[in-house]
Design a protein around this ligand. Structure first.
Ligand code: TRP
Length: 332
């Protein structure tokens, strides 16, 4: 008997190493889905790096770092597919028919894109900035994914993908069972972790604790984290977001409830809180970091993992593109 294996696709931009927000927000979900038997595809979205900046620098380093992070947290290349979009031409070609299915007004309305334009480091807004959600639809639909584990900010892109799938099916492949399944977003239940400056934890803001950071660096970053002046530690995300985020982080690492961690700390103040968080994070990440350091010794293996993932993604994308051209009447 062959059990139904749901397909899961998600990915990251190669702009720097992954951090604790990615880990608790998405990477753990990926590893869990993989363990439950899903067929997991992870795209390293190298073309997407060019959306909000004029130059993609150190792409090679960032791609290697992402592969390292993935393997270190337990994404298993024997069961899952890790690939870069630049290596899969048939995926990129899906962009053309998909672009024909959305209006310019729709592209301009996307709230995540609007936000990115506001924070862009580009001299001008490029065509790629406006159209990358359609390219992201190609990332998701090339493998006919059922499930997409993402953060809240990606929901508009998922909605665009669902719209494109529906319109494609209606225009070219109505009647039969849906050609493209409409993929579902899988949001993590995690409350958002804040960066050390109290803002959103983000690679580009320098306020994030990288998975691969050393224990000393982790300690230094947590020591520098913004807190407040109340001595009594309490979990209250509305009123005390910074302290609560640190409690959340400790609780996630320790598998405990943040209220109980707060109670244990009592009147200990911020310094006791930071000591506890540092130990919890370093303890929790130790095996992952050890594995990461080991894997980093073998760049040939990383290249091989990517080459195999690229080959598998290419095979899947070619098949989908052939079917797409078939239903569009473009097989001459
Ligand atoms: N846009 C995502 C991010 O910035 C990365 C990404 C690219 C992605 N393609 C994807 C996420 C497909 C989910 C599905 O983090």
């Amino acid at each position: 008997m062959t059990a139904f294996r749901p397909r899961v696709l998600t990915g990251d931009r190669p702009t720097g190493p992954l951090h604790l927000g990615h880990y608790f927000g998405s990477l753990q979900n990926r590893v869990r889905l993989q363990a439950e038997g899903a067929e997991l595809f992870v795209v390293i979205a190298d073309y997407q790096v060019l959306t909000d900046r004029d130059v993609a620098d150190r792409l090679g380093d960032h791609v290697r770092e992402l592969v390292l992070d993935y393997l270190a947290v337990g994404i298993d290349p024997a069961r899952s597919v890790i690939f870069t979009h630049s290596a899969v031409p048939a995926l990129n070609q899906l962009l053309l028919p998909f672009l024909s299915l959305v209006s310019t007004a729709e592209l301009q309305r996307n709230p995540t894109v609007k936000d990115e334009i506001a924070h862009s480091r580009q001299a001008q807004v490029s065509g790629l900035m406006l159209t990358y959600p359609v390219h992201q639809a190609a990332d998701i639909l090339f493998c006919k994914a059922h499930l997409v584990p993402v953060g809240q900010d990606q929901l508009p892109h998922l909605e665009a993908t669902r719209t494109i799938a529906r319109r494609f099916n209606a225009r070219y492949a109505s009647g039969t069972s849906p050609f493209f399944p409409e993929p579902e977003a899988l949001l993590s239940a995690m409350p958002q972790l804040l960066g050390t400056d109290g803002g959103k934890m983000s690679k580009s803001r320098g306020n994030a604790i990288a998975l691969g950071a050393s224990e000393d660096e982790t300690a230094r970053l947590i020591r520098s984290a913004r807190t407040d002046v109340e001595r009594r530690i309490g979990y209250d995300p509305e009123r005390r977001p910074e302290v609560s985020s640190l409690l959340t982080l400790a609780a996630l690492c320790l598998g405990r409830d943040p209220h109980s961690v707060a109670e244990e700390l009592g009147d200990g103040g911020a310094s006791a809180l930071k000591t506890l968080v540092t130990e919890a994070v370093n303890e929790h990440l130790r095996p992952i970091r050890e594995r990461r350091a080991e894997l980093a010794q073998d760049p040939g293996h990383l290249r091989e993992v990517l080459a195999r993932g690229n080959a598998r993604a290419d095979e899947v994308a070619r098949r989908t593109l052939a079917e797409v051209l078939e239903v569009m009447g473009m097989r001459y």
